[in-house]
Design a protein. Sequence first.
Length: 303
Amino acid sequence: MEQEVIFQNFLNLIESQLIILADKSEENARNTLIALWHTAAGNRVSHVCANKLELPYLEQFQIRILEDLIKSRLHDVPLAHLTERQNFMGLDYVINKGLYIPRKETELLAETAIELGLKKYANEPKVTVIDLCTGIGTIALAIAHYCKNATVFGSDIYKPAIDAAKINAKYFGLEKSVTFYTADMFDPFEFLDLKNKTDIIVSAPPYISTAKVKQMANEIIGHEPFEAFDAGPFGLSIFNRLIAISPDYLRNNGYLIFECGLGQGEFLAKRLSSNKNYGEITKIRDECGNIRVLKAQKNHQSN
């Protein structure tokens, strides 16, 4: 009974003070407390997985740890940085403080790439995938996990993220399927004989303008790397490179799939349409009807 009272008291505290950001709407006071409770007990799990587990008994010293964790969360430290876990596509990723936290909205991009891999390339002995701006390897590893014939290469300029991606590859037993590089976009693939041999290029790039990044909530910009959000003065700098260079790497009829920000979809779809290297372009919308993912197929004629 005592533990139930402690849980309810902490829940009341969190409910009265916790501010949930729009891009983390799957979090709430209850699953936050449950995740932190497990963390205090020494069981690091995301709020998604913790919600399915029975609460362990906490000793007094663990209750003090929980108090500190709750205090940190109410002072804007992201939940994933406290639990060191973030769930994405049903997988609990290891994530350290200071790293970009994968958002649930990006699952639409991963789902699109995985569906393509499972349908179009299911009978191929190997499907080659490049994941640009891979971060902690979220999408790359999800593809490799669900598409068993995938060989995935990921790159990111932020070394701590790539270090975490390699940890996650080992954590999921995918070291033989996924290789990560600390480098800028396509740079490491110049020497890997991937030009005109890649089936899918996928990316969840930064897409927020520099000015707007500086205005973001402290929970985000005070704890996650600036580089993970900043896409230049107009929020389009990486998209331009992505659209221009991808045809050099894609096989004929291969696919470029990327996530875009709210309000960017139609403009980027037109940008793709105006590039002679691309044929069929598919606009993929979220549950609110917003274009959040674009899929473009490389023309068979281009090379």
